[in-house]
Design a protein. Structure first.
Length: 65
């Protein structure tokens, strides 16, 4: 699903739990924190990690709008 581009003008949001992330992405993701968002850019059936946003960053991001 991470390698599938959303329809133009939209985004895709996937919500999951740590065991599912580790199963999908490998043991490097075992330390994902509660409330963390991982932002990926899909490309040709693959994907690239763009950013990992921590829960403490959300208020600052929301205020910047």
């Amino acid at each position: 699903m991470l390698g599938t581009a959303p329809q133009p003008g939209t985004n895709t949001v996937l919500i999951t739990h740590t065991p599912n992330i580790v199963d999908a992405l490998g043991k490097d993701w075992a330390e994902v924190k509660e409330g963390e968002a991982s932002i990926f850019r899909p490309a040709n059936g693959s994907y690239t990690l763009v950013a990992r946003v921590q829960m403490d960053d959300w208020p600052r991001i929301a205020a910047a709008k």
